[in-house]
Design a protein around this ligand. Sequence first.
Ligand code: FE2
Ligand code: FE2
Length: 266
Amino acid sequence: MRILFVGDIFGRPGRTIVHERLPELQRQHSVELTIANGENSAGGFGITPQIAEELFELGIDVITTGNHVWDKREIIDYLNSANGNEASLARRVLRPANYPAGSPGFGWYEGRTRSGVAYCVINLQGRVFMTNNDDPFRFADQLLKQITAKVILVDFHAEATSEKIAIGWYLEGRVTAVLGTHTHVPTADEQVLKGGTAVQTDVGMTGPYDGVIGVQKEQILARFLTNMPARFEAATDDVRLCATLIDCDPTTGRATAIQRIMLRQD
Ligand SMILES: [Fe+2]
Ligand SMILES: [Fe+2]
């Protein structure tokens, strides 16, 4: 069984390349489950209900997020609307599971693929150089006690490579894959650990690379040079789709292969 994970979709350029290239990618690799991080899909900052549903229509099954999840306030009511409504599309938009108890929305989703394979997607956020959320390591332990699916994919949204690599080892043999997001730079360290867990420190951004992690470079340079507050807007050029493909055994959930993908807009 093949799972495709699309890295942080940044603004309209990111959504456009997903629209242009995702269907062919899914066909070419016989993808059965597609997950994408959408925390930057609305102009680079947050996600709106409308954009979430647009991404579902493009063939994405579950959307994960991260620290930018609350940037567009309308997502709060949307996530709340999933309460007690497991069948709603809103239930498939996740915020990190280890956010403070009572935060809107859910941090994991259990579903079935079209061919009937049970799967779970877990969204967690790191704590190094980020806000003080609950311990993602122990939160994962608690979650895994209640999840019955064998195929489990974790989006670990974190800043520090050390924390991302560490949680991969921590969850080895217990989940199918631990894929990093947030830094927007794809890392060439993809591997399948002996226990059958595929890992990669960062999948990379799906968006414009002619900037600084998606934002226009002049605006970020001005911030570094002056420390003055500035408006950040999405860059426009050198748009790429970064994703990672996982092969796994649907009966055991063990990963057998991992492949990095980077497509450029032509
Ligand atoms: Fe991001
Ligand atoms: Fe992030």
